[in-house]
Design a protein around this ligand. Structure first.
Ligand SMILES: N[C@@H](CCC(=O)N[C@@H](CS)C(=O)NCC(=O)O)C(=O)O
Length: 356
């Protein structure tokens, strides 16, 4: 429901929009105004994602009416919700850059202190509460592996899937190998991060439980997410699981090294989606302080090639954790909180002086 200042009534916005859409021209100004109010309530989402949110909750198909009627000149956009150091966000950024897709990046902090991906506006977009999420035209893609394939299918540009079926099969197999190594357990299960990771996960569970209480319409999505985080906590605290995963990563890298003795790229002579995923996988192993390239000559040569591609820098692939890169982003996001804090403290000081 949206309060419309023009009619001074609370109206189910989309019901109105749809009825207008069916029976004649829409009063653009009025509904644009309503939409802006709704957008303000939803938080920092893209207009398109707000429309999808509205559609999700009210009338199916209504966002199309809004898109064409309320904002007829608005171009469909491609927006990537991501977090700079996030592993799966890097996969999404790299495929978009390699494909030459113009997209608007929007940071959604997937952890402390903001936990933006657990906010209702984001959970409506991606009920898994994870980054990345890609919104293009009227499609929301909430999983990096699907983003990989969809970007290659949907956009013009050099194909990142080989036309040759055998090579395509090789590509799919190597993507599968990478996704079978759960990145979050490799990171949070490592002795270096285990303690801190447990604290972050406990905070995640607290925030999710609070959001679940406050947003009964999303209770199921929050319950599923809490269960997911509890699974994650159990896996990350299982030291032998972390050791066996680490060994599996080592064996897979050995196999990839042997495979690359006969190929320039993973699926043959041309760069493919498998190279996207493994570039980020190897970079992440370097970031964790491992030495994936030592004594793997072919892998090292391949990595040198993929690292030298302009996409590596443009997509901001992390080989080191550089928290200071996040400072300007966090400062911008926390500005409102900071201004509120200063205003509250100033009010307290003024009151104290008056009373004193
Ligand atoms: N299957 C998802 C996994 C995405 C994922 O786990 N993203 C991490 C960041 S790399 C995240 O958002 N974690 C926060 C959380 O799970 O609450 C994908 O491939 O996109």
């Amino acid at each position: 429901m949206v309060w419309c200042p023009h009619t001074s009534r609370t109206t189910p916005l989309l019901a109105k929009v749809c009825s207008h859409g069916a029976s004649g021209p829409l009063p653009h100004k009025k509904y644009k105004h309503c939409l802006r109010r709704q957008a303000a309530k939803l938080g920092p989402a893209q207009p398109l994602s707000q429309l999808i949110w509205l559609q999700h909750h009210e009338i199916p198909g209504a966002h199309r009416v809004l898109l064409t009627r309320v904002a007829p000149t608005q171009k469909p956009q491609t927006t990537l919700y991501h977090a700079p150091p996030s592993f799966y966000s890097q996969v999404a950024r790299l495929v978009l850059v390699e494909k030459g897709v113009a997209f608007e990046p929007r940071v959604a902090v997937a952890g402390p202190p903001l936990f933006e991906t657990y906010k209702p506006w984001y959970m409506h977009l991606n009920p898994g509460g994870t980054v990345p999420t890609l919104v293009c035209d009227d499609t929301v893609i909430a999983d990096s592996r699907e983003i990989l394939h969809e970007v290659d299918r949907r956009f013009e540009g050099r194909a990142l899937t080989p036309a040759n079926p055998q090579q395509a099969e090789v590509m799919h197999r190597w993507i599968e190998h990478a996704y079978n190594l759960p990145e979050r357990v490799l990171a949070y299960g490592s002795p270096r991060l285990r303690k801190l990771g447990a604290k972050v996960n406990a905070a995640r569970r607290r925030v999710l439980t609070r959001q679940q209480r406050r947003n009964p319409d999303l209770a199921e999505a929050y319950a599923a997410k809490i269960a997911d985080i509890e699974r994650f906590m159990a896996e990350a605290s299982n030291a032998s699981l972390a050791v066996s995963l680490q060994a599996r990563l080592g064996q897979t890298l050995d196999r990839l090294d042997r495979h690359l003795s006969e190929h320039t790229f993973i699926a043959g002579d041309t760069y493919s989606l498998a190279d996207v995923v493994w570039t980020v996988t190897v970079a992440r192993a370097i970031m964790r302080g491992e030495q994936p390239l030592t004594s793997r000559k072919n892998l090292a040569t391949w990595y040198q090639h993929v690292r030298a591609r302009p996409s590596f820098a443009t997509a901001d692939i992390y080989e080191q954790l550089t928290p200071w890169k996040l400072v300007p982003i966090m400062a911008k996001k926390l500005r409102v909180h900071f201004v509120l804090l200063v205003a509250t403290l100033s009010a307290i000081v003024v009151l104290a002086m008056r009373c004193g």
